[in-house]
Design a binder for this molecule. Structure first.
Ligand SMILES: [Ca+2]
Ligand SMILES: [Ca+2]
Length: 117
């Protein structure tokens, strides 16, 4: 998890792409509620984003730069939005992965995100 706080220098951070107050609002909304990725991404303003910026958000969340968001990255996805973000539960992570991973390879591809969701 500490790797989230030690991103390489010059790396884009979420607040370059999204408004901090909207991130906070979205995180607060799911602090005690089951995580709903669709609703969350809508709340942080990603629905209105260009494909190019959506890809950038993905690159922030792809912490190891593999080109995919794997299950363990997905579990800490909220920390990519804010270091105060909570971890997803196992059940939430699996539900998120199942919803976003249309080709069933167990990870979410950055380029395929739009296609996959
Ligand atoms: Ca990755
Ligand atoms: Ca996939």
């Amino acid at each position: 998890m500490s790797s989230y706080l030690l991103s390489p220098a010059g790396r884009m951070v979420m607040t370059d792409l999204l408004k901090p107050e909207e991130i906070k609002k979205a995180l607060d909304a799911f602090a005690a509620e089951t995580f709903d990725p669709k609703k969350f991404f809508e709340m942080v303003g990603m629905k209105a984003m260009s494909a190019e910026n959506v890809k950038k958000v993905f690159q922030v969340l792809d912490v190891d730069g593999s080109g995919f968001i794997e299950e363990e990255e997905l579990m800490f996805v909220l920390k990519g939005f804010s270091k105060d973000g909570r971890d997803l539960t196992d059940a939430e992570t699996k539900a998120f992965l199942k919803a976003a991973d249309k080709d069933g390879d167990g990870k979410i591809g950055i380029d395929g995100k739009r296609k996959e969701t």
